[in-house]
Design a protein around this ligand. Structure first.
Ligand code: GDG
Length: 513
């Protein structure tokens, strides 16, 4: 059933008409196949005790939008095997709920190679670097083990991806578009192009979901690694980043660290080794319609009731994140503490709910962070809590419907990331929130570039300013809250996740790629 909300976007305010988009996609894929490659599969397999294979479809707007391409394209998805059943599967056809199907092919690296690729190089080395989080006097320490993880892990797994994609392309024997996702696969395009003679190379579109910092920061990476990353990405035909700042930073990084490349800032193009890479920003968004439908489900209604009971008629400050140092969770608690100190009138009147999703538990930095953030919350509760008021409640676990219910009920949503490619919570909150809640948003989240007119902007390390912003959000007059909330809804719902995908393909088409 199509959801109809009072503020559904009138077609004149939508950036792209959904029907035109669907027709265009069918034409675009009429004469080419599509391979999507990402670290994670859109489908993961499990073997039931009786031997039966169970298919678990990935959640979230991104997977759904990419899988939606099955309607228009002959799609194959290449990913790392995460379960034994994935590894045993190899490659085969998978049926979707809507009657479409796709081919699923797994790369099966040796466990040590996967560990080096994922737990040492991608997370934390590249992730921390791109979120400007290394505390340089002490980290990173790039020792022999890191180099082994690079050579035998990251390089090896990227090569395996390239081989699997090439196999898939050869099986189809027709022009193919390859869409690569994220920082796990920086070298894949390079190895992939090596497998084909000139003139028969597949078109590649690589989207990077995380920030791209300026060239100075890339100096942290040893030249060999830095060079390989840039050379890999300069084999891509169209490189997509979240924001204009990220795109400019990429061009500047090539200019400084890849001297043989010619960088054209005006055209957003890098020429290197007789190949052009076009660089553009495509800010990602959410599946607005699906999110609204979920928000109206009975499952979410039950959690809404639970959260109502937790709030007990007080005001609610909310945050929803993976347990992830870049989300700046500890400074969020410190800011709340500072606000309670500066504005005692909020004591006993406001609750802070932190919904935390466990993440990357194989990486030491993440395990340590969990302990640090629990201690920070405990400190605030010990200092200000009373017998009938617990200032901060931290709930750890994976529960998306509960997160959506909480997003409906916040008075203030805090997103204070140190750096964030986009931050989808900042786009989901205003769409489902029922209380004209305010959004306190870090200027270093990609979402800030689009949402600035409706948010209270903070600088993520400035705990004092964050405390002031939380206070301001709580005391904001009702008409201003309503106006800002309406502005945010309008900004977000104009362009959804399908438009994000469509814009990338339109850009390829405009470049005749
Ligand atoms: C990376 C980039 C970029 C919340 N609770 C649960 C759950 N969620 C949902 C959120 C949101 C998503 O997970 C998290 O997305 P974010 O964008 O906030 O953050 P990252 O995970 O770091 O995503 C980021 C994004 O990629 C897309 O390009 O925006 O900058 O870092 O939708 O509501 N999901 C599940 N269980 C939960 O309990 N499955």
């Amino acid at each position: 059933m199509k959801h109809v909300a009072s503020d559904d976007v009138p077609s004149r305010d939508r950036e792209v008409d959904p029907e035109c988009r669907e027709t265009w996609l069918t034409d675009f894929f009429a004469d080419r196949a599509l391979v999507i490659a990402a670290n994670r599969g859109a489908v993961t397999l499990q073997q039931a005790p009786g031997g039966e294979l169970l298919f678990e479809y990935g959640e979230g707007g991104l997977v759904k939008a990419l899988l939606g391409l099955c309607r228009s394209a002959d799609l194959a998805w290449v990913a790392c095997a995460l379960t034994e059943a994935d590894a045993a599967w190899g490659a085969g056809q998978v049926e979707m709920d809507d009657g479409t199907s796709m081919r699923l092919r797994f790369v099966v690296p040796p466990p040590e190679a996967y560990d080096g690729y994922y737990n040492v190089i991608a997370n934390p080395l590249l992730w921390f670097l791109q979120h400007t989080m290394w505390n340089l006097p002490v980290a990173p320490v790039i020792d022999r083990a890191t180099w082994d993880a690079w050579e035998e892990g990251y390089v090896t797994v990227n090569r395996l991806f390239a081989e699997a994609i090439a196999k898939q392309i050869q099986a189809r024997s027709r022009p193919t578009l390859v869409m690569l996702q994220d920082y796990h696969l920086y070298l894949t395009a390079h190895f992939l192009q090596e497998q084909f003679p000139e003139g028969e190379r597949p078109t590649t579109l690589h989207f990077i979901h995380i920030p791209w910092p300026g060239p100075e920061y890339w100096r942290i990476l040893p030249p060999t690694m830095r060079q390989s990353v840039l050379e890999g990405l300069c084999r891509v035909d169209l490189l997509g980043l979240q924001t204009r700042e990220d795109s400019l930073n990429f061009l500047r990084t090539c200019e400084l660290h890849l001297p043989r490349a010619q960088v054209n800032f005006k055209r957003g193009r890098v020429w290197c080794d007789n190949h052009a890479t076009y660089v553009q920003d495509f800010p990602i968004s959410i599946d607005v319609e699906a999110l609204r439908a979920l928000a109206e489900s009975t499952q979410v209604a039950e959690y809404r009731q639970e959260i109502h009971e937790f709030v007990e008629g007080r005001r609610l400050i909310l945050r929803v994140d993976r347990i992830e140092p870049s989300k700046n969770i500890v400074r969020g608690f410190q800011a709340f503490e500072e606000m309670l100190e500066l504005y005692p009138e909020h004591r006993g009147e406001v609750k802070f709910l932190a919904l935390m999703v466990p993440s990357r538990l194989g990486v030491d930095e993440y395990q340590d962070y969990m302990e640090v953030l629990m201690a920070a919350a405990g400190r605030v509760n010990a200092r200000f809590g009373t017998s009938d008021w617990e200032p901060i409640r931290v709930l750890v676990g994976e529960n998306y419907p509960r997160a959506v219910a909480a997003l409906q009920l916040y008075d203030v949503l805090l997103v204070n990331a140190i750096a964030d490619g986009m931050n989808l919570v900042a786009k989901e909150g205003p769409i489902v929130n029922q209380r004209a809640g305010a959004l306190v948003l870090s200027e270093r989240a990609g979402a800030h570039q689009q949402l600035e007119p409706g948010v209270l902007t903070i600088s993520p390390c400035d705990v004092y300013a964050t405390a002031e912003a939380l206070h301001q959000a709580l005391v904001m007059p009702e008409d201003e809250r309503q106006e800002r909330a309406a502005r945010l809804r309008w900004l977000i719902q104009r362009e959804d996740i399908n438009d994000w995908l469509y814009r990338q393909l339109k850009a390829l088409d405009a470049l005749n790629l």
